[in-house]
Design a protein around this ligand. Structure first.
Ligand SMILES: [Zn+2]
Length: 87
């Protein structure tokens, strides 16, 4: 997997709870396109300072450690198919 940082326009999903307070569980699975990146973010729940966040299309934003980028185009070599035809 690439280790590029999450950027504006990336499709991301909330995959884990906040590392600071362990909350945001209700947003697990929330998928959105990043509208804005914050270099320094505060947890919207406990107000701890974190390493940045990403805003969704609405009013929510999520600190980066809770997010995983979803690559729309999977790398072809990782796609397993049954295309091996034994003639
Ligand atoms: Zn928190």
């Amino acid at each position: 997997m690439s280790s590029k940082p999450i950027q504006v326009g990336d499709l991301v999903m909330v995959v884990r709870v906040t590392p600071c307070c362990g909350l945001c569980a209700k947003f697990i699975g929330h998928t959105f396109i990043v509208q804005r990146i914050y270099m320094y973010g505060r947890c919207s729940i406990c107000n701890n300072t974190n390493n940045g966040g990403a805003q969704d299309e609405g009013r929510h934003w999520f600190i980066l450690p809770t997010l995983k980028r979803i690559d729309p185009l999977a790398e072809p070599e990782h796609i397993e198919t049954d295309e091996e035809i034994h003639a």
